[in-house]
Design a protein. Structure first.
Lengths: 405, 302, 289
């Protein structure tokens, strides 16, 4: 029967492709004077936007910076150039998983950098653990980070969990209420996906404990583009504080809607997107006083230098939340390599226990997690400044009430 | 002869992972998954010409079932549950929609996937209060491959059997002309329903089998509409009304996607777009027909 | 409370209806199910934003420009890509499959081009973002303008299709493409015009969306789906139907968001859409064919 010969020839074809790939991998491995670093990031699909803002520019900037400096410094004092192997993960878990398998077993790269997004990082974690690669999961916000760090002992969770951000926000609002600047009513909306739910689940008990009343508390589906009804409900609720656990399209849409309907809560808080460099443009130059997730110590010279280099290399400044952490994670990697070389076990141990000097300052992980983070930031005088934790060095004083739009 | 060669192939495919690296195995799983999806899709759509974009509704439902039940039930029981859920879903959908024709059915099936995704999201957010579930199952990649291979082989065998049975004949008549089919005594509703449910159960199982590879499951991850589109394109490329057509479309397309996304990550969508347009203009009836025309030894089959 | 819901719903519905007009023309007259419709919308939105940010041209000024550009692109697409498919297909089922596949390819092609040209960033501009009070409800001026464009364009289309000779030809082609040539109608020409006009409307919708919404190069599918839902609900090729369905959808979404639960807006959209499909596949306002 005709179909059978086709089936066999197909198998031959796929075998051929695999062996061709194996050959190129062998050639790459033969060049021992370079360090191959692989990453599979979303170039297409829904994750492409997040990866394009936070992940890819920083990877490229870092590789460029290291190679211009002569390459990665090794423990023996030599320097080796970085060679990049990059794949598109098409924002699909199946492709993410397969591309990690490819990087690890076919290309046999020295190091693997993680993709963008909580789901993607979780999808690759078991594989990274199995192949022994350290995983610097930067763009993953999850309350289960301690559990994951224990389950996969070479994984490092660098961006905290939803509870952290929610608690930080409640601290800021509590202080303002105790000072008599806002009332104890809060209107909160959250996007219906893992991130939004993590945050709202952390925020509800925290608000309650601090004596706040959630007078408006709704979720909206991912993909919502019209926020007039939601903002109307929030405005009518009588709350002084508006809190949105949102993604960029929602954060931007709510900002614009609030402006056009002249909704002026004393606290206006949005989540992802609020720290993006394009935010002041979205807010029509009236971003002053808007609070959002994340933040940087805008007065720190290392951060200012990083912002300048990022702007020069990419064409726009980085976002003021996960970008600096992403870059810092790469600096940690480079410094760990300089101390212990490319051996994965030694590298993971060094990352876990070492102290590193990065753009976000001196970094030391606790139980494989970066805990020394900024939870809340605010636009003040044209830059996005961290305001919480208030006792951390470099924190700015929050401006409440926010000036009117 | 007709049985022996496919069985030998199957045996060879089954021992392949013992000699392959993890990436090779990943490729095999991907290819086997899409062969299964495309073949299962063609089982219903190939002859009836009902273009369904609901593939991911079932595929995602399967994955989600595993995510919900993986800590409660033993694995075989989870698969059974997934099959039952997929079958029930297909029955409900089938009973209410199969009288839709043409583009209405296409769009309905697409809307169905979105509706299920929205409802699960809403339910998780408001009732269970968690979104995002974890799958920690002790299943190796090889086991996943073998399961998928078995499911794929079963799908093709089932298709071969149906094409010879009365059901296949009835489906072909429906595809040619529903009115004629009704007049010649075909129970339209029942035939379509049986094929739809069979196809949907396989799609659901495929989703359930691959899901341990994801670890983390969220509606926006498992109900990725690209899966539906790719399945249709693959089946049509090979020839949806031929036994080996979907498999023949799935494997090369899968490899081409893999090649493009690794070698041209920047321009991958452009290549992909050109490829689709090329398929429509160059091999409109599927590769098998094109090959037959080319070698001029094609005898026209229905 | 009720007036707020109604006004917000109508304004939202206006933007939806505008989005759907072009698609209903393309499918109704040219018989092409254009899955790349959202990408055409996005393309226009990106061009408008680029002109606004680069040259400081106001979106309202560039709107006629992109509309003309959209017409040209649609014309070319039909002549080069769709016409051979139409000529090849004998029956309608064949063309449906072919056009879905071909425009699916087009979708990726345009998306890839947009990603290369404009990157993956979210794009959002601020233009006429101030509030205007309508019957005591504050509405964004740019949304009100989009609503106005929708009403003007929709009304003009309805009148033109109803009263002019051109409209008669278009309706004849939409209704019975097989017998239209018998009365001397150049079906190919009419279909090309219908497709091009649909693309022009997609461009207009994109230009108005760029004024108020955040979008990125990968968001086209969302627009296509929204338009598709409205087209089906209004009846394929039925311009007044698409207008009514668009407004209806806007009202329903706003009502669900205010009175029931914002989390269910999209679910409600799809549920209603599926119900309409089952109950009246020809659309709420379509005649049985």
């Amino acid at each position: 029967m005709i179909g059978i010969t086709r089936r066999t020839s197909l198998r031959a074809l796929s075998l051929g492709m695999v062996s061709a790939a194996a050959m190129t991998a062998g050639m790459a491995a033969a060049q021992d004077d370079t360090v191959t670093i692989g990453y599979a990031v979303a170039r297409t699909g829904p994750n492409a936007t997040g990866a394009g803002i936070t992940t890819i520019p920083n990877y490229e900037l870092w590789v460029d910076t290291v190679n211009k400096a002569g390459g990665l410094a090794m423990p023996d004092g030599s320097r080796r150039m970085i060679e990049v192997v990059e794949y598109d993960n098409r924002s699909a878990n199946e492709d993410i998983v397969r591309s990690i398998e490819r990087l690890a077993t076919q290309d046999e790269v020295d190091l693997i950098l993680p993709p963008w997004g909580t789901g993607s990082n979780l999808a690759i974690a078991p594989l990274m653990a199995r192949f022994g690669y350290p995983q610097m999961a930067v763009t993953a916000v999850t309350d289960k980070a301690p559990e994951f760090a224990e389950r996969w002992d070479r994984s490092f969770w660098m961006l905290g969990g939803g509870h952290d951000y929610a608690t930080g926000l409640v601290e800021v609002l509590s202080a303002a209420r105790d000072a008599g600047r806002i009332n104890d009513k809060v209107a909160v909306v959250s996007v219906a996906d893992g991130f939004g739910i993590d945050l709202i689940n952390g925020a509800r008990p925290a608000f309650e404990e601090a004596g706040f009343e959630l007078v408006y508390d709704e979720t909206y589906p991912l993909g919502t583009s019209d926020f007039a009804a939601i903002m109307n409900g929030a405005q009518d609720s009588g709350a002084d504080s508006f809190v949105a656990f949102s993604y960029p399209p929602g954060s931007f849409g709510m900002t614009k809607t609030a402006q056009s309907m002249n909704y002026n809560p004393k606290v206006f808080y949005i989540s992802v997107g609020g720290a993006f460099p394009i935010y002041p443009g979205v807010a029509d130059g009236k971003a002053e006083g808007v609070m959002a997730i994340g933040g940087v110590n805008a007065d720190s010279p290392t951060i200012q230098d990083y912002f300048q280099r990022h702007t020069a290399f990419v064409g726009n400044p980085p976002d003021s939340w996960a970008s600096a952490i992403t870059y810092a994670s790469l600096e940690m990697l480079a410094q760990a390599i300089e101390r212990v070389g490319l051996d994965h076990a030694a590298l993971a141990k060094e990352l876990s226990t070492g102290v590193f000097d990065t753009v976000v300052g001196e970094v030391r992980l606790e139980n494989n997690q970066l805990r020394d983070l900024w939870w809340v930031g605010q636009w003040q005088g044209g830059s996005f400044r961290a305001v919480n934790p208030a006792d951390k060095e470099g924190a700015s004083e929050p401006v409440i009430p926010k000036p009117e739009w | 002869m007709r049985l022996i060669l496919p069985l030998i192939c199957l045996a060879v495919l089954a021992v392949l992972p013992l000699h392959f690296s993890d990436y090779g195995l990943g490729l095999l799983i991907g290819a086997a998954t899409y062969v299964t999806l495309a073949s299962a899709w063609a089982l219903f759509s190939g002859h009836t010409h009902y273009i369904s974009l609901a593939t991911v509704a079932f595929y995602g439902a399967g994955a989600y079932t595993v995510a919900v039940l993986n800590e409660v039930l033993p694995y075989p029981a989870i698969l059974l549950c997934a099959a039952v859920i997929g079958g029930t879903l297909a029955l409900i959908v089938g009973l209410s929609t199969l009288r839709l024709r043409g583009v209405y059915f296409v769009i309905f099936s697409f809307g169905l996937a979105e509706l299920i995704r929205q409802l699960i999201t809403w339910y998780e957010v408001n009732v269970t209060g968690t979104l995002g579930r974890y799958i920690f199952l002790d299943i190796t990649t090889r086991q996943i491959y073998w399961q998928m291979l078995a499911l794929g082989a079963a799908t093709i065998a089932l298709t071969a059997w149906i094409m010879r049975a009365r059901l296949g004949l009835a489906l072909r008549v429906i595809g040619d002309d529903e009115t004629v089919a009704a007049h010649s005594g075909v129970n339209l509703a029942r035939v379509k329903l049986i094929a739809f449910v069979l196809s949907s159960v396989i799609l659901t199982l495929a989703g359930a089998i691959t899901s341990p590879r994801y670890v983390y499951v969220e509606p926006s991850i498992v109900f990725n509409p690209t899966v539906s589109f790719l399945t249709v394109i693959m089946a049509l490329l090979g020839g949806a009304n031929r036994l080996w057509g979907p498999a023949l479309g799935a494997v090369p397309l899968f490899l081409v996607f893999e090649f493009l996304s690794s070698n041209f990550p920047d321009t991958y969508p452009i290549f992909l777009g050109l490829l689709f347009i090329g398929v429509v203009f160059v091999v409109p009836d599927g590769l098998i027909s094109a090959a037959e025309r080319l070698t001029r030894r094609g005898q026209v089959r229905a | 409370m009720l007036t707020t819901t109604v006004i917000l719903g109508l304004v939202l519905g206006g933007t939806y209806a505008l989005l759907a007009l072009g698609l209903t023309l393309q499918y109704g007259i040219a018989r092409i199910m254009n899955l790349a419709y959202g990408e055409l919308t996005l393309l226009s939105a990106f061009v408008v934003v680029a002109l606004f940010q680069g040259l400081g041209l106001s979106p309202l000024l560039t709107l006629p420009l992109v509309a003309a550009g959209g017409y040209g692109i649609g014309w070319l697409l039909y002549a080069v890509m769709m016409r051979p498919l139409v000529a090849r297909s004998q029956g309608r089922g064949r063309l449906e499959v072919d056009s879905i596949l071909a425009t699916f390819g087009l979708l990726f092609l345009i998306q890839g081009g947009l990603l290369l040209a404009f990157g993956a960033n979210f794009t959002s501009i601020s233009y006429l973002d101030r509030g205007v009070t309508v019957l005591g409800v504050s509405v964004a001026l740019n949304r009100l303008i989009a609503f106005g464009i929708c009403v003007v364009v929709g009304a003009a289309l309805v009148v033109a299709l109803k009263t002019t000779r051109w409209g008669l030809i278009m309706r004849a082609v939409a209704l019975t493409p097989g017998s239209a040539p018998l009365v001397g109608i150049d079906v190919n020409r009419a279909a090309r015009q219908g497709f091009a006009l649909g693309s022009a409307l997609a461009a207009v919708a994109g230009a108005s969306i760029s004024m108020y919404q955040t979008f990125s190069a990968t968001a086209g599918v969302v627009f296509t789906m929204k338009a598709l839902v409205i087209v089906i609900m209004g009846g394929v090729g039925n311009v007044p139907g698409a207008l009514a369905a668009g407004f209806g959808l806007g009202l329903i979404e706003t009502f669900v968001a205010t009175a029931i639960d914002p989390g269910l807006t999209l679910a409600a959209t799809f549920a209603i859409f599926l119900l309409v499909l089952l109950w009246r596949p020809q659309g709420l306002f379509g005649a049985r064919r």
